[in-house]
Design a binder for this molecule. Structure first.
Ligand SMILES: [Zn+2]
Ligand SMILES: [Zn+2]
Length: 255
């Protein structure tokens, strides 16, 4: 069994064939998935899906790219949703300096507000970081994110940064890029992460693993990620599946 800790089955890319996508995941042993919402529309849909399917859970938050759109009412809405029985985390939240839709100072403010909320409602957080590592680390420290911990999603940083994150109570989650032929750094870092801090994800429909790179991603492919990590760590696949599943259940408080 595997848990895909980061899926966007709430994306329009699955409007046509969601049932088949879910069936293929289940057939590959991907029994549980966390649907991540990041704006009004995708949060609403994540909740709908989590209410419809017993094996789907939701994480709700405001993506840094869309930080500029988050209002005080939205933050209140997140707080209400936090007590929903299928909401297991807040996020994805963080900083993304690749796109310039939301200015950096607004991204930082929205990130800080969501960490504060997570501490209030006692839920772990899912962190999105793109080209903003130092600022993400500073804010996590300054806001005391250690109190709730969570996931560094689709991790691509150095081993030093991974260690700092683990010290702050975070799990390190790897996605499709760890399978890419040219992803030497990510592979080296993944090999070093202790089993009890490791998670797997797809971030589907994006970041499709090798050999399907370039096509739409889906949760069934999280198996390819787990297989790659098993090979890198020279540990049986079953062990990786078992431990990452236990880690995810513990973090999200699900069984
Ligand atoms: Zn992300
Ligand atoms: Zn995502």
């Amino acid at each position: 069994m595997l848990i895909d800790t980061h899926v966007h089955l709430n994306a329009e890319q699955y409007n046509e064939d969601l049932e088949e996508v879910i069936e293929r995941a289940q057939a590959e042993g991907v029994k549980t998935m966390v649907v991540v919402g990041f704006d009004t529309e995708t949060i609403t849909r994540a909740i709908e899906l989590a209410e419809k399917y017993p094996f789907l859970y939701a994480s709700v938050g405001w993506h840094p790219v869309d930080a500029i759109d988050m209002t005080d009412e939205d933050l209140k809405w997140l707080e209400e949703l936090a007590s929903h029985p299928k909401v297991v985390a807040l996020g994805e939240m963080g900083l993304d300096y690749h796109w310039d839709k939301s200015p950096k100072d607004i991204q930082k403010e929205v990130f800080r507000k969501q960490i504060a909320l997570a501490k209030k409602v006692k839920l772990p957080i899912i962190i999105h970081n793109r080209e903003a590592t130092q600022d993400v680390m500073d804010i996590l420290k300054e806001e005391g994110a250690e109190e709730v911990g969570g996931i560094m999603h689709c991790f691509s940083g150095s081993e030093e940064i991974a260690k700092e994150c683990m010290k702050m109570n975070f799990y390190i989650s790897f996605g499709g890029p760890v399978t890419f032929k040219n992803a030497k750094n990510v592979k080296e870092v993944a090999a070093q992460i202790p089993l009890d801090r490791l998670l797997v994800e797809t971030d589907c429909p994006y970041l499709t693993p090798h050999p399907f790179r370039g096509k739409r991603n889906e949760p069934a492919y999280v198996k390819l990620v787990a297989e790659e990590i098993a090979a890198l760590k020279d540990v049986p696949f079953e062990k990786i599946a078992e431990i990452t599943t236990a880690n995810a259940k513990k973090l999200f408080g699900i069984d």
